[in-house]
Design a protein around this ligand. Structure first.
Ligand code: ZN
Length: 150
């Protein structure tokens, strides 16, 4: 159960990140990128990555979609700049668990601003909006992994 203050704080974070998305730009090549599309809502995002070895030097996004998809992408880029690939993959798993409830999810209070995404659990039809950026980042990181081993 979320108390009312926390719920309204979380709502304010989503509104703020939708109105003023962070890292909303294309990164110049060379870069990694992946496109994500959520046909249920029409959200379309492209995630761009500049890696420094195993570390994410910069992650950004562009696209258009509903408030939740844009806010989720914005929060994600803010949280993952400077993180390593494995830290990013761990966070992707945590957010999926938080949103889908398929497995024991993390306590939203341990996720700082990303905990705001927990509010989406009350709206099952919007879960794919919130996970889109995270799935797309996963694809971008996987794509890198493939080209590394070829
Ligand atoms: Zn959406």
């Amino acid at each position: 159960m979320m108390d009312t203050d926390l719920a309204s704080l979380y709502r304010d974070i989503i509104i703020d990140h939708n109105k003023s998305p962070r890292n909303f730009r294309e990164l110049p090549p060379p870069r990694e990128e992946a496109e994500g599309y959520n046909p249920l809502c029409g959200d379309r995002l492209t995630i761009y990555l500049h890696m420094d070895g195993e570390r994410i030097r910069e992650v950004s996004f562009q696209g258009s979609g509903c408030a939740i998809s844009v806010a989720s992408a914005s929060l994600m880029t803010e949280a993952l700049n400077g993180k390593t690939r494995s830290e990013a993959e761990a966070m992707i798993r945590k957010i999926r668990a938080l949103l889908t409830g398929d497995e024991q999810g993390p306590d939203p209070a341990t996720l700082d601003k990303l905990g705001a995404l927990a509010g989406v659990r009350a709206y099952p039809s919007r879960v794919k909006c919130a996970t889109l950026a995270w799935h797309t980042l996963h694809t971008a990181l996987e794509g890198m992994h493939r080209s590394d081993t070829e």
